[in-house]
Design a protein. Sequence first.
Length: 308
Amino acid sequence: MMGRMSDEILVFDRAAVRAHRERAALLPRADRFLRDEVQARLVDRLNDVKPRFDLALDLGGGDGGLAGLMAAAGRAARIVTLDPARRFAARHADAVVGEEEALPFAAGSFDLVVSTLGLHWTNDLPGALWQICRVLRPDGLLLAALFGGETLWELRQALTLAELEVSSGAAPRVSPFADLREAGALLQRAGFALPVVDGELLTVTYPDAFALMRELRALGETNALRHRQRGFTPRAVLLRAVEIYRARFGDATGRIPASFQIITLTGWAPAESQPRPLKPGSAKTRLADALGAVEHKAGEAARPGRGK
């Protein structure tokens, strides 16, 4: 059994995360374009995998876009959804209200786990990945997308500069995200075999920073840091941040770009059938023979006229 998380790694207020998702469920789905795009890309990756999965778990299912795409593509016979928000979970026929950090499923329950833009809100990402690996059957697949460290760097800069100008101090307003370089090690640490991690930077343009903030609210991606400044951001700070954003990053028409780094994690639960590296000294063909060269012992100089 995993130990209890310490205060040092409690970065996020999970009650706030749930509240933000409950509020997001009341907002128009059209404002969740980014999630729909990432879900479509995940299903494209899933279509490259030959097996059809019997039982899949959709972590943070939200509106059900990913489950719908998977069902339409015939990728899973049955899909169970887990979501922290009751309003989102109620939209699914086979759903559980729960947390990614405390999966309420028995070991070896699923042969596929998918997650769209939810794991970056976990306080204990290694622990969450370990639990996912535990609920997968041998040779079961994890396919997850989460935000990486380059996400919203423009908004972060604009808000910081605005607060320094208006309030003479800057509060943390954009959450820390996963590091692409460390993600592969986290998968291995959680027990996954054949881990693959890659990242891509999506740039989405908006009429102004207010439109970007509306989409973040509809995604449930507003500030949930434990040590965030409580209360509403002063209007003067927001207005100045919008001005700075447009001045620094806006195009000739006034539209502003927003960067979203999407990190995709792929890993398989260990199984005896998976390929394994050969043991040292087990090779049946010498490298020298394959290269058509002459092998020399360590410290032995090659003689003239021998080899090529």
